[in-house]
Design a binder for this molecule. Structure first.
Ligand code: PGA
Length: 250
């Protein structure tokens, strides 16, 4: 089964308007190879400007979060329609910082995931265990429960991406080993096959995230079930992000 790798940059709460536009322009100028899908998720307030900066390139615009309601009295929140209006094509749900820093409960993550997929966008659903869960051999159980947040009636595998991001690897400089990543990615694919079906599971891209950088990207992405990456820190510099995109090529 050949899957087109998807490499996405999660800029988190970084950049200024000017530096966001600069970075976006450098990435667009860097050119994305045909055999890798590339995306960037800037802060909400720069989506419009970054969207304009990558216009005409094949880079997909993404959002780091969303609210599930259509509109109304939800002070501070951003709807899917607003994101679509700005050309957003993919949205992250369940990122570990939303789960563990902003204390977003699983039920809310599930509602967001259903809304994103239901709206026809690409859903990038993040899963991953904390170090104490790994040490207690609970990695598979945690990941399984986070996969259960997904709607049960998903039909289009091209619009589902799972990002496996062990919490202990995010922003720490300590990435999962190739074998640790592959083990969990294979488990995720197995679970998707059980819940949906094997054809669907075989077509879903599973990204690795957590201290991915040019030096470790190729080894991780050469694993049979690793189909790209979700990149934080290393996505803030055009050369390191483009080097990772390049490492995703077969
Ligand atoms: P990192 O972040 O690459 O800085 O570890 C990854 C992520 O949180 O998506």
């Amino acid at each position: 089964m050949s899957r087109t790798p998807f490499v996405a940059g999660n800029w988190k709460m970084n950049t200024t308007k000017a530096s966001a536009i600069d970075l976006a322009k450098s990435l667009a100028a860097g050119g994305s190879p045909r055999d890798v899908e590339v995306g960037i998720a800037p802060p909400f307030v720069y989506l419009d400007a970054v969207g304009a900066a990558i216009k005409g390139s094949s880079i997909l615009l993404g959002a780091q979060d969303v609210y599930f309601e259509k509109n109304g009295a939800f002070t501070g929140e951003i709807s899917i329609e607003m994101l679509k209006d700005l050309g957003v094509r993919f949205v992250l749900t369940g990122h570990s910082e939303r789960r563990h820093v902003l204390h977003e409960p699983s039920q809310l993550v599930a509602k967001k995931a259903a809304a994103v997929y239901g709206a026809g966008l690409i859903l990038v659903h993040c899963v991953g265990e904390k170090i104490e869960e790994r040490d207690a051999n609970k990695t598979f159980a945690v990941v399984q429960s986070q996969l259960e947040e997904l709607p049960k009636d998903l039909g289009d595998p091209s619009r589902l991406v799972i990002a496996y991001e062990p919490v202990w690897a995010i922003g720490t400089g300590r990435n999962a080993t190739d074998a640790q990543a592959q083990e969990v990615h294979a488990f995720i694919r197995q679970q998707l096959a059980k819940t949906y079906n094997k054809t669907f599971a075989d077509a879903v891209r599973i990204q690795y995230g957590g201290s991915m950088k040019p030096e470790n990207a190729r080894g991780l992405m050469q694993q049979p079930d690793v189909d790209g990456g979700l990149i934080g820190g290393a996505s803030l510099k055009a050369d390191s992000f483009l080097a990772i995109v390049n490492a995703a090529r077969n």
